[in-house]
Design a protein around this ligand. Structure first.
Ligand code: FES
Length: 167
């Protein structure tokens, strides 16, 4: 049976947490990256309203802050779920059907690649080789590796994680 898909909304952002980050880390020049790192630790990602407030506090334009946040891979501009599912699209996995594995996760989770489920449990990503090529096609969920995947196993992986979470 196909899962029912829901809309997701990020909801309001509590800016008090950012004020504490700014009070502790916004002193002097060169503080943009540490401020972004601590803001991301506080929110799990960098919401637009946080980027705008950081820009105001540091006396730079939001475009400059956005530019830095998009340049460095460590920064996320969208929230991530509790479990990040990384589907390997390296050469061995590509040959072994990585595209179908991504599609199976996408169908199971009701989100496209790169997005997070409405219940914030899962984020689906495509990544380069994760170093287990002999198990292709491979996906990682958090620190766990799942190899020789196919559609039914993808469904089972997601169901098992949902069960662990009581969802
Ligand atoms: S190509 Fe997928 S693990 Fe190496």
């Amino acid at each position: 049976m196909e899962p029912a898909c829901q809309e997701w909304s990020p909801g309001p952002v509590d800016l008090d947490r950012l004020d504490r980050v700014l009070a502790e880390h916004a002193g002097g020049g060169g503080s943009l990256i540490p401020v972004l790192q601590h803001a991301q630790d506080a929110y799990g990602y960098l919401p637009r309203v946080v980027i705008e407030r950081i820009a105001r506090a540091l006396g730079v334009s939001p475009a400059q802050v956005f530019g830095v946040a998009t340049f460095y891979a460590q920064f996320r501009l969208k929230p991530v779920g509790k479990h990040v599912i990384r589907v390997c699209h390296g050469t061995a996995c590509h040959v072994a059907g990585a595209e179908k594995i991504s599609e199976a996760f996408s169908r199971e989770l009701c989100v496209p690649d790169g997005e997070t489920t409405p219940d914030r449990l899962f984020t689906l990503e495509s990544v380069a080789c994760v170093g287990c090529c002999s198990l292709a096609p491979v996906a990682m969920v958090g620190g766990e590796t799942f190899g020789r995947l196919d559609g039914p196993r993808v469904g089972k992986v997601v169901k098992d994680f949902r069960k662990r979470e009581g969802a």
